[in-house]
Design a protein. Sequence first.
Length: 146
Amino acid sequence: MIAGAPESDPGAVAYNTVQSGIARSVDVILIDTAGRLQTKFNLMEELKKVHRVIGKALPGAPHEVWLVLDATTGQNAMQQAKAFKEAVNVTGVILSKLDSSARGGMAFAIQRELALPILFAGLGEKPEDLTLFDPDAFIEGILEQN
């Protein structure tokens, strides 16, 4: 776990994280940039910078960029996914809160219009509640009569 000091530049923390991972010969480095809205210009520019410096720290990186979308967001999820894909070339989506009353129908549009695969589904609050996305179970849940 690499953490920057309060008010640290996120790009610098990301760069140091990649360098630390390389020095330690780790196989996977996860960098979480949580709490960003596509409507906040400064945060999106900061995210682009993080993306660029990761590539400088390790050529070809980042190898994957996953966007976590709240399934209760509804139609705004499409605008979020589009903005993040344009900013940092998102390669996949994780849908959270699929255990709630959310139907997650925006997943169809995201896959069709942006060609982004849904990789994981959040079905609760515990780590073990993050599961591989099962398209058949997802469709069955949408069509299920209550």
